[in-house]
Design a protein. Structure first.
Length: 339
């Protein structure tokens, strides 16, 4: 079947090819004034005829791919698909497609994404990167590829950032646990090779100190931010402690680890929250459904994805050319049954 062209739409609507081009490209900068009635007539005809944008031709003319690329560490963590949903909606509304790359939280995966991006498969990138740093970001910017960061470890890299106040999130959880009478508060860390893992551990230790509680190395167990193996890890750690030294609360560095900890310990007869209160960070959907439901701190994840994409599009389209924009979004404590 022959491809429907803009000329076909022009003939169907009895308007000029130039007017059709402006309407279908959603151009804002044209000096030609087009009435809302004409615009609606062109759009309706294009839909009826089955017109589709020739992306290859557009790329040759604009030197743009109309693609955005988004790097995430773990699609198995519901936190990231929610961000992706927000980013995808914002990209689609602006006429862009979104390419998703899962790095499996590995340095190798992140560097594979970097190589792909440097081949100009996208006009800009969204980075949830644990292992990339200022040197890699500089490579992108030197290649003319705008980037927006979504993980605090990229702060200071010279790019726009959308992040949450992780320290305040941890502080609010520890404050809540202390207000409930807990004094032996353990921490299941994230990956300590990452800035997120380090920041959340530091905030945990500082919060204990602020409340006059002693830091106990035995109450800190190193996790990964990932789901795999966490249940067995927490079970082995908890039951290796003498009953008199076991914690009365556990703060996990993200929700997927908190959920796995709850499942594993309940299977071994630990009563939650009666024997051990458990809380996490992220407020993923699963937090509401696990038994008992999870007390956690979270943000509007879709809003983060949308905001980051809008910042990226502003850089791509030259609407923002100044110093890096840093957006720090608030978090909220969700008190449920686990703590």
């Amino acid at each position: 079947m022959r491809r429907v062209t803009q000329e076909d739409v022009a003939r169907e609507t009895s308007v000029s090819r130039a007017v059709v081009s402006i309407v279908l490209s959603n151009s804002k900068g044209s000096s030609i004034r087009i009435s809302s009635e004409t615009r609606e007539k062109v759009l309706e005809a294009a839909k009826r005829l089955g017109y589709r944008v020739n992306l290859s031709a557009r790329s040759l003319m604009t030197r743009r791919t109309q693609n955005l690329a988004m790097l995430v560490p773990d699609l198995g963590n519901p936190f990231y698909p929610m961000q992706i949903k927000g980013a995808q909606v914002a990209a689609y509304e602006a006429g862009y497609r979104l390419i998703i790359f899962d790095s499996s939280s590995s340095p190798h995966g992140e560097h594979e994404f970097l190589e792909m991006a440097l081949n100009h498969v996208a006009d800009g990138v969204l980075l949830s990167a644990f292992h990339l740093g200022p040197a890699e970001v500089t490579q992108l910017l030197d290649a003319g590829i705008p980037a927006v960061g979504l993980i605090s470890g990229l702060s200071g890299s010279g790019i726009d950032m959308v992040e949450t106040d992780q320290r305040r999130s941890v502080e609010s959880l520890v404050d809540y646990l202390v207000s409930r009478g807990h004094r032996l508060i353990a921490h299941l860390t994230g990956d300590l090779t990452t800035s997120n893992g380090q920041v959340r551990r530091e905030a945990y230790r500082e919060s204990l100190c602020r409340h006059g509680l002693a830091y106990t190395p035995e109450l800190e167990v190193e996790g990964s931010f990932l789901r795999e193996g966490i249940g067995q890890l927490v079970e082995s750690w908890y039951f290796s402690l003498q009953p008199s030294t076991r914690p009365d609360a556990l703060f996990a560095a993200n929700d997927v680890m908190a959920v796995e900890a709850i499942k594993a310990l309940r299977n071994r007869g630990v009563m939650i929250p009666e024997q051990l209160a458990v809380c996490g960070i992220d407020n993923i959907p699963e937090a509401s459904y696990v038994e008992p439901s999870l007390t956690t701190v979270g943000q509007d994840h879709e809003a983060i994805g949308r905001l980051a994409t809008h910042l990226l599009l502003d850089r791509i389209e030259g609407k923002q050319t100044g110093a890096p924009v840093i957006e720090v979004l608030p978090s909220q404590l969700f008190i449920r049954q686990s703590a």
